[in-house]
Design a protein around this ligand. Structure first.
Ligand code: ATR
Length: 286
């Protein structure tokens, strides 16, 4: 029997998720339909679309810009949230909690939200052979993208985290908030600084800002070096990666993170494990 999935966003026409999930389905031998779902940008429309989808027998939904926080609010108010979604303050994966459904709650009350973005990043770095255990990490950015990766990075056993942002007080406020939300983060030593003042030697430097969408470049110190540099963006020229590549670092864009988070969603929904390395090879060769 065909299992139905959607990715819900606005805009949504560019989404690569249907292609990725269709490949996963072929790899695991299950029959799925995975569609792009446009939704007007307001919470009431989002809730109505999600409710209609699950009411109609849908199995799982991915959530993308600008609905990740709305999906979080929806699950927090009516359903349940994974620890990663709680700390990220955002949901990218929706499913129904079968136990709650069987106990007779209305469908929307059984909505369960997870966030696989950060673990997708960690899994991609590990698959590249980048050492996260005991690594000194510099993370640039203090918006939603940065917030979502901090707990998974700490769980991967990093030694230290320096959070840099253009607006320093956003970085310090984020750290304070996350420390209060998670005992694991509370235990971790985290330094903050302005992006232009970030310097020294790191194992991995990660760009979690949205600067790649603009014509600007980050004001990076001449004294900032990393063995590895990762930009969470993909599909465009990334001056951040060019900068560190020219200084001898190994680099990667965020396409593998996209595949990684998708694989974790698929596994959560279907119980089938994905060979991410094989799937990435196939997608890259297209
Ligand atoms: P996202 O959900 O993609 O993280 P966001 O929450 O709007 O988006 O956060 C964008 C991040 O990119 C912020 O860290 C922002 O820095 P500020 O907090 O100082 O605004 C960073 N950013 C965006 N444009 C930037 C630029 N031109 N220079 C430096 N940082 C930039």
């Amino acid at each position: 029997m065909t299992q139905h999935f959607i990715v819900i966003g606005n805009p949504i026409a560019h989404s690569k998720s249907p292609e990725i999930h269709t490949l996963f389905a072929a790899q695991t031998g299950i029959e799925i339909s995975y569609q792009r779902q446009y939704c007007p940008d307001d919470a009431a429309s989002f809730t109505a679309v999600i409710e209609a989808f699950f009411q109609g027998g849908g199995v799982g939904a991915n959530v993308t810009v600008p609905f990740k926080q709305i999906a979080y609010d929806c699950c927090a108010a009516r359903g349940g949230l994974s620890e990663h979604a709680k700390v990220a303050g955002a949901v990218n994966t929706l499913l129904l909690n079968k136990t709650r459904l069987q106990s007779g709650v209305p469908l929307i009350g059984a909505l369960y939200g997870d966030n696989t973005d950060g673990q997708g990043l960690v899994n991609h770095m590990l698959s590249l052979g980048w050492p996260l255990k005991d690594a000194r990490i510099a993370l640039i950015g203090a918006g939603g993208a940065a917030r979502g990766v901090i707990l998974p990075l700490i769980e991967a056993g990093i030694a230290s985290l320096t959070l840099a942002n253009r607006t320093l007080n956003k970085a310090t406020a984020l750290v304070d908030e996350l420390r209060a939300a998670s005992p694991v983060i509370h235990e971790q030593q985290i330094e903050t600084c302005r992006t232009a003042e970030l310097d020294g030697q790191f194992d991995i430097i990660i760009n979690a800002t949205s600067i790649g969408l603009s014509a600007d470049t980050l004001p990076l110190s001449d004294n900032l070096n990393g063995h590895y540099a990762y930009d969470m963006m993909y599909g465009r020229e990334l001056p951040f990666l060019q900068h560190f590549s020219a200084r001898g670092a190994q680099t990667s864009d965020g396409y593998g993170m996209l595949i990684g988070q998708a694989a974790l969603s698929f596994e959560r929904w279907t119980g089938h494990a994905i060979d991410v390395v094989q799937a990435t090879k196939t997608l890259h060769s297209r």
